[in-house]
Design a protein around this ligand. Structure first.
Ligand code: ADP
Ligand code: MG
Length: 186
């Protein structure tokens, strides 16, 4: 099955912030995931605390080849949000749900891996649309496979091998105010 090239989907127009992170080894990815988790918490608490302003969730697209480190970053983020159990790669199930007990209240997180997603009709049938409108954090590997079904992301994380080939480079781009607020805190 051919992989859609990234440029098959035009990037969202309103790039608000771009930052690059050198992740020299897996420990650096773990540390970034920890910071990202804290950033999500902080942005969520700010939204929940503000008058009449709720947290509307976060869509984070993770782009990169097989082995780029997408699942590693999701695992690190989940650990940072207090998840102590296993993190399965949702390669066959397409999505793995989590409910995280946080000081500010329960936080729903959905980890998608759309590598095997082929049928757009399945999107509605599986109820995926609701996950993205539910105020949850959605971390999406292989977002290209869903094309425009995903809508505009708050953040896009692009992972690549670094120069030497044994670390990773993360280019993070924010396309919404909450995405930008998160990225500023990383
Ligand atoms: P993906 O989900 O993108 O296919 P994985 O997260 O499964 O990739 O990771 C593939 C491999 O990359 C794992 O063996 C992991 O240990 C390694 N890895 C992840 N992040 C880094 C990093 N920053 N530096 C070096 N190796 C890494
Ligand atoms: Mg993966």
């Amino acid at each position: 099955m051919p992989v859609n090239p990234d440029h098959a989907i035009p990037p969202p127009a309103n790039l608000l912030l771009e930052r690059t992170f050198a992740l020299a080894d897996e420990a650096a990815t773990h540390a970034f995931g920890e910071r990202f988790a804290q950033a999500i918490e902080s942005v969520r608490e700010t939204a929940l605390g503000a008058d009449g302003n709720a947290f509307h969730g976060l869509q984070v697209q993770l782009v990169g080849d097989l082995g780029a480190g997408k699942t590693t970053l999701v695992r690190a983020t989940l650990r940072g949000l207090g998840h102590a159990g296993r993190v399965r790669s949702p390669t066959y199930t397409l999505v793995e749900p989590y409910v995280l007990e946080r000081p500010a209240g329960e936080l729903a997180l959905y980890h998608f891996d759309l590598y095997r997603f082929t049928d757009p009709a399945e999107w509605a049938d599986a109820g995926f649309r609701e996950y993205f409108d539910s105020g949850a954090v959605c971390l999406v590997e292989w977002p290209q496979r869903a094309g425009r079904l995903l809508g505009v992301p708050d953040l896009v994380f692009s992972l690549d091998l670094d120069h030497e080939g044994d670390g990773r480079v993360l280019v993070a781009r924010a396309y919404s105010e909450s995405g930008k607020a998160c990225l500023e805190r990383c």
